[in-house]
Design a protein. Structure first.
Lengths: 719, 336, 263
């Protein structure tokens, strides 16, 4: 039996179609329930109070006024908090286990009251005194003494002899690129409703990795995983911040346990900057050497950055330089220094987004000094296999992305010399950059349930997947409908609940590939099992056409269900699999004010099979806009004296607004990848942002002649 | 937020009396800034007197002034035919501020009462002489990219965030206020906001209990309608406070500048009137207005700028923004 | 695919109401009864009938009084989605929290609670405002429309349909505010109201047709972190101009110069 053939002979065709989001109706009517939207009886409200110093210990807590304040039913500090078993991001004092302070804004108390207003007012009344210690918060000073990262994942990667090749190279670039601390800032602040029934905990909590959240809560509260239920059908954006468990979720559960009532706890927007991770500040020194023909001979990508004091997380900025171009001699290294800040974590395009800013600007700079078109320069250094590990590509479409994008954008009209195009007050420039992100499938289980009434069959697919706006609900309905050959209206998708079969998370662009292959497999298995049971059928070798209603009827079934535990294909590990893109940006720079508009962008992506071009396009748009924000707006600033963020609000931490965004054209190049996984799906959540900031920065250079190597490119930098 | 008593005012004098006798009471109109500050713990009123129902929401022509009611909404003001026709720069300035939703809520009086956006003022964990006199200035040695280059003191380097006020400054507006004893007075716009000096906690010259009833703009300023422009430079295209803003207005008579009015925003504790530049531009023949002469006027104004560690760019930005605003205001009148 | 949809009924039966309760509380089994790509309006009708019923029921209840002492409690009578409400609330309670925590209207979202994101946008007496910076106490005698009340009658508001068609959202958290804001924007355009990017403040018109640039500026008070802005503009443009466009079209036309940056 050929699975390919089976799926191709369906009357109901949905895979690859522009199906509107099946959950769209709920989102436009305000009926999609996010964590704190769930109606829960007798709920109490919790508000977190935070430390106002970056290092030391809490030496005193005066909570008398708060405890007596109207409506207050509980004040929890490290002095009276239940003892937990913190691990991962829940360690480092974030769950009130001791007096130690690791960063400014560490959770230091939780107040629970009858109303939100009462809890908030009482939280303000708590007075902390501190035994302050010297805080490690001045990045510019600390970075001078940064040491080799102790993390094995960030050990030096050496290929050939960089120093020798670099010193011999005819054309060289040695430049430092700097990206600031950035925050995810999803529109939905992290928020939870927690409730206990005996020793069983239920949390409504936005979780990109449903089973991961369940595991983290089980660990911290000493429960069996089955005693924890995580419900998260809709997630108001995550971008990495809702990938792991952070203290706020545990504190909500702790508070519910203490006051013996369901508790609702939402972080304030201001609290988001020191509660749920951040993208670390990266200083990347790039050294590139090429010969006279533009062939790269050497590349060194040396990142200096910081960790938190309680974790060693370092994003892999250098990864891009290991695999994007065919370079025989390379050096990737990381130096780190510990800082008293909330732990850095994954942020959209982890490593690749800031790493590609450095690499793709450096490539542009070197191409310019060679007087070569930057696309031609890239084509010249295109690798035929993955230089990082020598493995063949399962598929690679960088060249296609560049060619297609170049046509769409009209790259041929671009002037190589800067400051050549002017439109009224504006200098106009164009830039290009490429990007990639690994494509992986992770183990995911799924159940398909069929119910038949006469000739009408309805199907439900169930798995503990998540949808943070990526479109998971919709693509899974499409796959189930087409595979079972049913109208899409007959499909229900149950996800976002840890009581469902375990699934991968929506992180690192593994979600779509993992979930969709599992759903495809379970639906195919449904058919073959039904065929095996059907007396009329000649067995599974005769699969076409599929009629599940007939099959169920022949087997005299009104209910049927089956389950698969889908695994990535064995051969995938022998190949290198990535999603690829090419980004083109046209910027208009007001020559007087320095204000920059990305007037238009073209983003071309190769990401295997595109299950739903409409929702996938939206993800790429989002990646582009994140990249524009990274290039022009976003910067979290620490006061180097005290370690507090002075950019606590949306008024201070600028993300792009509607007027910042011009036209963005998105296209996909055809990639048929039979190796990466059965469906040939690669994932696009991360790749969309990779390379965008560089394309914008390169365009700013082309417009103005100014090379800004320190993001964001705000008007002051162009004065 | 501490609990507070909420009352709806029906009578100006009674409202004024409440606020003048209870130093912890405050007027509430649109609430777009006050509520924000209360949620941050910066403002802690024990009583809010809601004055939005008082009869100060009219925009009308009255003799030789256009009178803008203090409780009229920003959006209604910007779109009012009298304002658009006579003071289009004021419409622009109002529309440059905040978002459509906020302009639909915010009142004109409240716009003038906006407090600084200095992040050290907003964060109650930081020292700030404006919020807590004597606690020090966190910004002075801190992240002061957005702070003042004119008129700051060693106590405070904050800027006034209002766009509307910058235009009103250039339009020679007058602020009408009413006090507890029904005493009415007029305050020239230039005297309404104040420099920080030793008392940065005071943003303006209102007495306790005094309420803005209207903002009056002389019709004589309408002569500049055809040649005026409000330019706002910011870190993103919209919905952001200014790095620098410029209100520039000219009355052209017989081929020369009969009147010039220029004010800068986000450079000082108050909207910054540019007397020097005005003086150099007034009387100039249009034929003599070019990059060099505009630049000379601007340079004269900016000579006294005193930038801080992180805001040196503001001097150059103000220089360029002023010239650009002049050109946009003068349009085809000037060959640049 | 219309044969996959149930017959529309004037009144929901108890079973249907139960089914819809499930639809609304979960993306569970029952959704299949109602969902289809091409007939959101049909689905909308059923959901909205249900919502109307639920809202009407909620209207009969007096919201819970929070005992704080007489000084801080404020009695407020106002209309929410065309239903009269009389509530006694803590003077500190914002309209946003009253909607969400007292009136079970959780469609309106708390994105920042400080007037910096627009997720809490509702309409007050027909104009878009931020419910997070509005005290409930200030709503006396006012009429508030939330996302739950946008579609009166038995079909979705065209803006809701256009947001689905143009994929004007991803996570959906900012969407209620975006849609309320977009509807407010349309009113403002019909009134000939200006924006900062309008070319001439002095030129008055009864009603104006907005360029994309105007739509972008006027929607800049609504942040979307997923980055749906181009789709949001496309949805609004379609409703505003009445001209249907292809959501997947490659927009940039190389024969024309780029759009006009204005700031």
């Amino acid at each position: 039996m050929s699975e390919e053939k089976t799926v191709k002979n369906r009357k109901n065709k949905f895979i690859g179609e522009n199906v509107n989001r099946i959950d769209g109706i709920f989102k436009v009517t305000g009926t999609a329930r996010f964590a704190t939207d769930w109606p829960v009886a007798n709920v109490a409200y919790a508000v977190i109070a935070k430390a106002a110093t970056a290092a030391g210990t809490i030496s005193g807590i005066d909570s008398a006024a708060a405890e007596k304040a109207p409506g207050v039913i509980g004040v929890i500090t490290h002095k009276n908090a239940p003892k937990l078993t913190p691990a991962g991001n829940l360690s480092g004092g974030s769950v009130l286990q001791d007096a130690k302070i690791e960063f400014f804004g560490q959770h230091s108390a939780v107040v629970v009251a009858e109303t939100f207003e009462q809890a908030q007012a009482a939280a303000e009344m708590i007075k902390f005194t501190y035994a302050k210690a010297e805080a490690r918060v001045n990045f510019d000073e600390l970075i001078k003494t940064a040491q080799k990262s102790p993390s094995p994942a960030r050990a030096d990667v050496v290929r050939g002899d960089f120093e020798k090749a670099y010193s011999a190279a005819e054309h060289k670039l040695d430049a430092v690129y700097e990206t600031p601390i950035e925050h995810h800032q999803p529109m939905e602040p992290h928020s939870t409703i927690a409730m206990w029934e005996g020793d069983n905990l239920t949390i409504y909590n936005p979780s990109q990795v449903v089973m991961g959240m369940r595991g983290a809560m089980a660990t911290v509260f000493g429960l069996k995983p089955e005693q924890v239920r995580v419900i998260t059908p809709h997630i108001g954006g995550g971008f990495g911040a809702k990938g792991g468990a952070w203290g706020n979720t545990a504190l909500a559960a702790m508070a519910a346990k203490v006051v013996k009532r369901p508790v609702k706890l939402a972080l304030t927007r201001q609290q988001m900057v020191n509660s749920v991770g951040l993208r670390q500040k990266n200083v990347q020194r790039m050294r590139l050497g090429a010969d006279a023909t533009g062939k790269l001979a050497a590349i060194a990508h040396e990142t200096s950055t910081h960790t938190g004091t309680t974790s060693q997380f370092v994003e892999g900025c250098g990864d891009v330089s290991a695999m994007t171009y065919a370079v025989p001699n390379s050096l990737i290294s990381y130096k780190t220094t510990a800082m008293n800040v909330i732990s850095p974590t994954f942020v959209r395009g982890p490593g690749k987004a800031p790493g590609s800013f450095a690499l793709e600007c450096a490539i542009d700079e070197l191409a310019y000094s060679l007087k070569m078109d930057p696309i031609e320069f890239r084509l010249k250094n295109e690798p035929d296999k993955d230089p990082a590990n020598g493995r063949p590509w399962s598929s690679r479409s960088v060249v296609e992305c560049l060619r297609r994008g170049s046509e769409m954008f009209g790259w041929k009209n671009r002037k190589m010399e800067p400051r050549q195009v002017r439109n009224g007050e504006f200098l106009v420039g164009s830039g290009v950059a490429v990007g990639s992100y690994p494509a992986r499938q992770q183990g995911t289980s799924a159940i398909a349930k069929l119910t038949r009434k006469g000739t009408d069959v309805e199907a439900t697919v169930e798995l503990a997947a998540s949808d943070l706006g990526t479109g998971t609900h919709t693509i899974l309905a499409q796959i189930a409908a087409e595979t079972l050959d049913l109208p899409i209206s007959r499909i229900s998708v149950k996800i976002g609940d840890s009581s469902l079969p375990p699934a991968a998370g929506s992180v690192g662009s593994v979600g779509a590939a993992s979930f969709s292959n599992a759903v495809s497999e379970v639906c195919l298995q449904c058919i073959s099992e039904l065929q095996a049971r059907s007396p009329k059928s000649s067995g599974p070798s005769d699969p076409v056409p599929v009629n599940v209603a007939e099959l169920m009827s022949e087997a005299n079934l009104t209910e049927f269900q089956t389950r698969v535990d889908a695994r990535p294909p064995a051969q995938a590990g022998q190949y290198s699999s990535h999603s690829f893109n090419a980004n083109f940006a046209e910027v208009w720079v007001n020559e007087q004010t320095g204000m920059i508009r990305v007037n238009r962008m073209v983003a071309v992506t190769g990401a295997g099979r595109i299950l739903n071009p409409k929702t996938t396009r939206s993800q790429i748009l989002g990646g582009c806009i994140w990249g524009i924000g990274m290039a022009l707006h976003e910067e979290s600033i620490l006061d180097p004296r005290w370690g507090n963020f002075v950019t606590r609000t949306f008024a201070d931490y600028h993300i792009p607004v509607n007027l910042d965004i011009g036209t963005i054209d998105v296209a996909f190049v055809a990639e048929e990848d039979k190796i990466v996984n059965k469906l040939g799906v690669k994932g696009v959540g991360e790749v969309g942002i990779v390379g965008v900031a560089a394309a914008v920065a390169n365009a700013v250079f082309n417009a103005t002649g100014k090379r800004i190597r320190k993001l964001p490119i705000t008007p002051d930098k162009l004065m | 937020m501490r609990p507070f008593k909420y009352t709806r005012a029906t009578d100006v004098a009674a409202a004024a009396k409440t606020v003048s006798t209870n130093r912890e009471a405050a007027f509430l109109a649109g609430g777009t800034n006050l509520l924000d500050l209360m949620k941050e713990g910066v403002a802690k009123p024990s009583e809010l007197v809601d004055i939005s129902g008082l009869a100060f929401s009219k925009i009308r022509s009255s003799g030789n002034v256009i009178s803008i009611g203090s409780t009229a909404k920003n959006s209604d003001t910007a779109n009012h035919a009298l304002i658009r026709r006579n003071f289009p720069m004021l419409s622009q300035a109002i529309l440059a501020g905040a978002s459509a939703q906020i302009r639909n809520m915010a009142t004109n009086g409240g716009n003038l009462m906006q407090r600084t956006r200095c992040t050290y003022f907003y964060d109650v964990n930081m020292p700030c002489n404006k919020r807590e006199p004597g606690s020090g200035c966190g910004a002075m040695e801190g992240i002061n990219k957005g702070h003042a280059i004119f008129g700051w003191s060693d106590k405070c380097i904050a800027t006034n965030p209002s766009d509307m006020s910058v235009a009103l400054m250039a339009l020679d507006a007058v602020v009408k206020v009413s006090g507890a004893d029904k005493k009415q007075r007029s305050i020239a716009f230039a005297d309404f906001h104040r420099l920080p000096g030793d008392t940065p906690e005071k943003d303006n010259t209102l007495e306790p209990g005094e309420m803005i009833t209207s903002i009056d703009i002389p019709m004589s300023s309408a002569g500049m309608a055809a040649n005026s422009y409000y330019l706002k430079v910011r870190d993103r295209a919209s919905y952001a406070f200014a790095l620098v803003s410029v209100a520039a207005a000219f009355e052209i008579k017989g081929g020369s500048v009969a009147k010039a009015r220029v004010a800068l925003g986000s450079v000082s504790h108050k909207p910054w009137r540019c007397d020097q530049a005005e003086k150099l531009l007034t009387g100039k023949s249009l034929k003599d207005l070019n990059d060099a002469s505009l630049r000379a006027a601007v340079d004269a104004e900016l000579m006294d700028a005193k930038p801080l560690e992180h805001n040196g760019y503001k001097v150059e930005l103000a220089r360029r923004a002023m010239v650009l605003a002049f050109k946009r205001a003068l349009k085809s009148e000037v060959v640049a | 695919m219309s044969d996959n949809f149930p017959e529309l009924v004037d009144e929901l039966t108890a079973d249907e109401a139960e089914l819809l309760e499930e639809v609304l509380s979960d993306l569970g089994e029952s959704r299949r009864k109602f969902i289809g790509q091409s007939s959101t309006a049909v689905l909308g009708a059923v959901v909205l009938q249900f919502l109307a019923k639920r809202t009407a029921l909620a209207g009969e209840e007096m919201a819970e009084f929070v005992p704080l002492g007489d000084e801080q409690a404020v009695k407020v009578s106002f209309r929410v989605n065309d239903a009269a409400k009389s509530v006694s609330v803590d003077s500190r309670m914002t309209l946003l929290d009253a909607l969400r925590e007292k009136l079970a209207l959780t469609g309106t979202k708390k994105g920042c609670d400080h007037g910096q994101c627009g997720a809490c946008t509702v309409m007050m007496d027909g104009r878009r405002v931020l419910s997070c910076l509005t005290l409930t106490a200030q709503c006396e005698g006012r009429s508030v429309t939330t996302i739950e009340g946008v579609a009166k009658g038995d079909v979705l508001h065209p803006m809701q349909t256009a947001f689905i068609k143009h994929d004007g959202f991803q996570c959906g958290f900012c969407t209620p505010g975006q849609i309320c804001s977009a509807i407010g924007l349309m009113h403002e355009a019909r009134n000939g109201e200006l924006s900062y990017v309008s070319k001439d403040m002095r030129k008055t018109a009864a009603s104006i047709t907005l360029s994309d640039e105007e739509i972008r500026e006027r929607m800049s008070g609504n942040l979307c972190r997923c980055g749906a802005y181009p789709n949001i503009v496309a949805a609004i443009r379609e409703v505003h101009t009445g001209k249907a466009t292809d959501p997947m079209a490659v927009i940039f036309d190389m024969s024309k110069e780029g759009s006009d940056a204005t700031v």
